[in-house]
Design a binder for this molecule. Structure first.
Ligand SMILES: [Zn+2]
Length: 595
């Protein structure tokens, strides 16, 4: 559905979207100017600032503005587009970091140069504008850049790919909005070329940019997490538009293996700090969880494409998990600070960065106002701006499928639905039919896999899909009740880093313990959870039963088995992981050792 067909209404996600569309937009533009990423358009070679990919932050911000479509930002949008357009070369080339006297030559560093990656974000911004507004200046710039890419990297051109996938999904999206088959063919060429060692080997190995093996042969997502999910997204786009079922199944197979073996409880991905990459199977250490916010965004991009292609509710389950536990975690309540990485175990209280600080490290211990690599903030902004589009779909039979539950209005064709819910705090979802055609149609609801108890209008429904086919009339109401209550979750024994631990989930939300909720002087590492005691809701927190084991420093932290605990039981309050570090510095852990 288009963004004109689905509107968020006040609730969990509308609050966050509103903050993004106001405070975060202003914050981002302020920092794009201040850090120099915007000033690079029009700057001298000597005056250029930032990393090789900084142009892309401007494009992602433009995409966020385009999806939001807020008239209040229209002048600013045009002013930025004018600065970008002024730098585009006559042949369509556009990058502030290459190609001018005194700079490296165009496409002389495909491994790290990010030129095609930047075009990808420029083109996605153009597509967002075309879909929400129509053809205007930004779309013209994007089309010229895309034509330049096809001219330069076509069958007779440079026979290589970009070190960071992103141009692939962008070109297919541009094909969809323009109908120009050339962009689809170029995207397919990029997808097929990669994996044949077309890029130079690098310190992290070619798997880092997925140039180690053809995508059709890969078993699992690997290498740099954001690169991996962006490439897979583009491959699904190519597969769907060309009817390539083999390619589609190759990506779906990798997605299933990645979810089964390389994904954190939160839905986040990436456990290697060194190269922001996937670890091997089951390498998911909580205190080294990298879980880049952008990898969460990319994971949603991929799962969304697979959902559209196959309709399997498992894809929407993962989107929900990432939304509530990665996307909702990163931004501060006021929309001006962000997590780049998302650890699941904070061993020492962090230090709040000053409001005017550009933090050089991705692994900031607390949310920071801006990073030297500023990818996550603009990625979040474009995701929040387009969030409504992920809630529901329609199909060729005129049916509507609801994938995510949050207050919203849907108006698609003759069908109008209003959705009300306190989800995820409460599991009741009320769907009111506002308008409906004279004929029967099917309303399909996703029943999350965690919802082992659920009813639709009082009738039990199993996890998966629940479909209702009938002739609806205005005023009809359906009530979905998902049993949202806290539960203990245990890891596969092969995830060694958390073996013997348990976590608490409530509906789609992962919980955590912060030291702020413990008696003074205790750290989260002193807590042992009693796995036989049921967690319970109380005053907005989840209460678990456990024991306190103050650690004793020894000269050697290994030895014979510890004596059984005789400590008294205590009640320990947990809060949603996405709320962590909002009350100030603390230690935190999601996985708690069991007694
Ligand atoms: Zn990022």
């Amino acid at each position: 559905m288009g963004l004109h067909e689905v509107t968020l209404r006040p609730g969990f996600w509308q609050r966050r979207q509103h903050t993004s569309r106001t405070a975060s937009f202003d914050h981002i533009e302020h920092w794009l100017e201040r850090a120099g990423w915007l000033g690079n358009f029009g700057a001298t070679v000597e005056g250029r600032r930032g990393r090789e990919f900084s142009d892309s932050e401007v494009y992602k911000y433009l995409e966020a503005l385009a999806w939001a479509g807020d008239p209040a930002y229209e002048d600013r949008f045009h002013a930025i587009v004018a600065r970008v357009a002024a730098v585009q070369q006559p042949d369509g080339y556009l990058n502030t970091n290459f190609g001018r006297p005194g700079q490296a030559a165009r496409y002389s560093d495909l491994e790290w140069g990010h030129e095609l990656y930047c075009y990808g974000h420029l083109i996605q911004a153009g597509v967002a504008r075309a879909r929400t507004h129509g053809h205007d200046d930004l779309v013209t710039v994007a089309v010229r850049a895309a034509d330049h890419v096809c001219d330069t990297f076509g069958p007779d051109g440079i026979g290589s790919v970009c070190g960071h996938a992103e141009i692939e999904p962008a070109l297919v999206e541009l094909y969809r909005v323009t109908g120009n088959r050339r962009y689809l063919d170029q995207a397919r060429l990029f997808v097929e070329r990669r994996g044949r060692q077309v890029l130079d080997d690098i310190e992290f190995g070619r798997a880092y940019f997925q140039d180690d093996m053809p995508i059709r042969e890969a078993r699992v997502l690997r290498g740099h997490a954001v690169r991996a999910v962006y490439l897979a997204s583009g491959a699904v786009d190519v597969a769907v538009e060309t009817g390539d079922t083999e390619l589609l199944e190759a990506v779906a197979r990798q997605w299933r293996a990645t979810v089964a073996r390389r994904t954190y409880l939160t839905g986040g991905i990436g456990s290697r700090h060194q190269d922001e990459a996937f670890g091997d199977d089951f390498v998911l250490p909580p205190d080294r969880a990298y879980q880049e916010t952008c990898a969460g965004v990319g994971s949603i991009m991929l799962a969304w494409r697979l959902l559209l292609a196959e309709g399997n509710p498992r894809y929407a389950d993962l989107i929900e998990r990432v939304l509530f536990n990665v996307i909702a975690t990163s931004p501060s309540d006021d929309g001006t600070r962000f997590f780049y990485t998302n650890t699941l175990h904070q061993r020492v209280p962090g230090i709040e960065p000053a409001a005017d600080t550009l933090v050089p490290r991705a692994a900031s211990s607390l949310r920071a106002p801006w990073y030297a690599v500023s990818c996550c903030m603009t990625n979040l902004a474009r995701t929040f701006s387009s969030l409504a589009a992920y809630l529901a779909t329609t199909d060729d039979d005129g049916g509507v499928q609801l994938h995510q539950y949050t207050p919203a209005s849907i108006r698609v064709g003759d069908i109008g639905l209003d959705i009300d819910t306190e989800y995820p705090a409460d599991g009741r979802v009320t769907i009111r039919v506002v308008s409906a055609p004279e004929t029967a149609w099917t309303l399909t609801l996703r029943i999350p896999h965690w919802a082992t108890e659920a009813t639709l209008d009082g009738v039990p429904v199993a996890p998966g899909l629940a479909a209702v086919r009938r002739r609806f009339t205005a005023g009809d109401t359906l009530v979905l009740d998902l049993a949202v209550r806290p539960r203990l979750t245990f890891p596969d024994a092969r995830i060694d880093a958390v073996r013997g631990n348990a976590a608490v989930e409530r509906g789609p939300v992962v919980y955590c313990l912060e030291s702020l909720d413990l008696p003074p002087g205790l750290t989260v590492d002193t807590v042992r959870l009693d796995p036989a005691a049921e967690p319970v809701d109380r005053d907005g927190a989840v209460i678990v039963t456990g024991h306190i084991h103050p650690g004793h420093d020894t000269s050697w932290p290994y030895g014979p088995p510890p004596a059984p605990s005789l400590a008294d039981s205590v009640e320990i309050p947990l809060h949603p992981y996405h709320r962590w570090a909002r009350r100030g510095p603390s230690t935190m852990r999601v996985w708690l050792p069991t007694t």
